[in-house]
Design a protein around this ligand. Structure first.
Ligand code: F6P
Length: 544
């Protein structure tokens, strides 16, 4: 990997300048910043890859932006971006390249990993996926008993589930409504049982999606699915017609009994949480068709090009990433809300949770030093307007600063009377209310009794971004996901962490395997846990 000068974060000149600058900005209100510059709301906006971003309602000045850009430069953002795009092994703890950008690279591009151009392989898999998706969609692919496939069940977890389910929900409008899609992820048997309760095995296709093909939950669900299917189909040969695999691990796929001819591959340089546009997106492609899937990839690619080639001060993912750093480090913000005003994006916050938190939930820098600053914030959210009637109270009047990303669309896919104008009126109103608030004078002027005034005051000065697109299309979804992918990358570069490993999920997995043996042991097992864990295990054994 390119040797990149990594001065510890707090020793970087731009960091020190930001720290004292933040002390001045903290005392400034967004009301003043807007009053001082009538063009602020037009000036602090950017547009690229089908997305318009208004970042004017952030607690920043031109000087803040200049210093944040300087911080990105000093942190080596441009060099690190090039290292990623050119296949260097920037995931140092796993010694892997990080090339989700290759998954959407046009055929004409060349990207090398260990001397091999990976782009032709990407397109080979995409072509194979398209052939398969078309056969399912047209009914040409038949089940073991000659019936047409009507149901597609994706079995996977984490990146092998969240991307597919989010994309399916987001693009449902474009999906083939003659096909039913279900997604099974949890090892809780209820997930599988409910997913197939009304399905006929003769008409059901399982996509077993797992990068490693060893993940406990997915393998357990896949074996249960096999038993469920064979109970009715009664012939091992049926597996070939009702199961396909999406994996990097051909050996394990074969062991499971799936013909590797029915395997869709990808590569170790695709992280699970960055894989929805690889073969892991097969369910998406079956749902929306290969042409719409190409549109999705084109949206990702457009944002990739924007991120790679645009100067930092005009670079949407870089700026949004830097703003998150700004609030995390200097305003003690613990969380970031993502609020899509689009029902089809209902799983988008859940998808982003893995993308952002598995990537940047790290406590050491690339060289293993414990960080002396905060890293990845908690991402969370729900679609508007629903959230307004549950948790927005805390965002408006609580004691914590919660930066918000509002996402909205000019046109709805389902025009129904005044619904869409009402929805969008709420996006703009919420962002305005958060920024401006309502002063005690305003509240008093409304005739509020003195004792009630403090309760009705809105402090305001609560930051947000508003992301607008014309319409939710496959292309726009691609751009939106890539925007967050690169924002997360930008944060990771500033924090100097490995955004592409996930060692933090290992310990729980190892302990669960050990405890599973203890839960299932016939004879009373000798337990060597703490007293709480021991007590819980014993209680479960007695009551199960
Ligand atoms: O446990 C975390 C994780 O490794 C994620 O990073 C990944 O997306 C998920 O498990 C599923 O992994 P696999 O696709 O190998 O089954």
């Amino acid at each position: 990997m390119t040797a990149i000068k990594t001065v510890p974060l707090m020793e970087r000149a731009a960091w020190k300048a930001l720290k004292s600058h933040a002390d001045q900005i903290r005392g400034r209100h967004l009301r003043e910043l807007f009053a001082e510059d009538s063009g602020r709301g037009e000036r602090l906006t950017l547009e690229a890859a089908g997305l318009f971003v208004d970042y004017s309602k952030n607690r920043i000045t031109d000087e803040t932006l200049r210093l944040l850009v300087a911080l990105a430069e000093e942190s080596g953002l441009k060099a690190r971006t090039e290292a990623m795009f050119t296949g260097e092994k920037i995931n140092i703890t796993e010694n892997r390249a990080v090339l989700h950008v290759a998954l959407r690279a046009p055929k004409t591009e060349k990207i090398f990993v260990d001397g091999e151009d990976v782009v032709p392989g990407v397109h080979e898999v995409l072509d194979k996926m398209a052939g398969f998706a078309n056969r399912i969609r047209s009914g040409e692919w038949k089940g073991h008993t000659g019936k047409r496939i009507k149901n597609v069940v994706n079995i996977g977890i984490g990146g092998s589930d969240l991307g597919p389910v989010m994309a399916y929900e987001a693009l449902k409008y474009y999906s083939d409504r003659n096909l039913t899609f279900r997604f099974v992820s949890n090892v809780d048997g209820t997930d599988f049982a409910e997913a197939v309760v009304d399905l006929d095995p003769e008409e059901t296709l399982f996509l077993v999606a797992s990068k490693t093909f060893t993940t406990l939950e997915t393998m357990t669900n896949a074996h249960t699915a096999r038993d469920w299917a064979l109970l009715k189909l009664k012939d091992e040969k049926a597996v070939a017609k009702h199961f396909v695999a999406i994996s990097t691990n051909a050996k394990e796929v074969e062991k499971f009994g799936i013909d590797t001819a029915n395997m869709f591959g990808f590569w170790d340089w695709v992280g699970g949480r960055y894989s929805m546009d690889s073969a892991i997106g097969l369910s998406t492609m079956i749902a929306i068709g290969p042409e719409n899937f190409s549109e999705l990839l084109a949206g990702f690619h457009a944002m990739d090009v924007h991120f790679r080639t645009t100067p930092i001060e005009k670079n949407i993912p870089a700026l949004l990433g830097l703003l998150t750093v700004w609030y995390t480090e200097f305003f003690d913000a613990q969380t970031q809300a993502v609020l899509p005003y689009e029902q089809y994006l209902k799983r988008f916050p859940a998808y982003l949770q893995q993308l952002t938190m598995e990537s940047n939930g790290k406590h050491v820098t690339l060289d293993g030093t414990t960080v002396d600053y905060q890293t990845g914030p908690i991402y969370w959210g729900e679609p508007g307007t629903n959230g307004q009637h549950s948790f927005y109270q805390l965002i408006h009047q609580g004691t914590r600063l919660i930066p918000c990303d509002f996402i909205g669309f000019s046109k709805t896919l389902n025009p129904l009377g005044r619904h869409h104008d009402m929805l969008m009126a709420n996006v703009f109103a919420q962002a305005e209310a958060l920024a401006y608030g309502k002063t005690a004078e305003q509240v008093k002027a409304e005739g509020t009794p003195d004792w009630l005034v403090p309760h009705r005051v809105f402090e305001g000065n609560r930051p947000s971004n508003t992301i607008l697109a014309e319409k939710l299309t496959p292309r726009v979804l691609g751009s939106l996901v890539a925007l967050y992918e690169h924002a997360v990358f930008t944060q990771g570069v500033v924090w100097n962490i490995d955004s592409f490993d996930q060692w933090g999920v290992e310990l729980g997995k190892v302990l669960a395997t050990k405890i599973l043996g203890e839960l299932e042991a016939k004879d009373e097992p000798k337990l060597a846990h703490d007293s709480s864990t021991t007590n819980l295990i014993q209680r479960y054994r007695k009551t199960k």
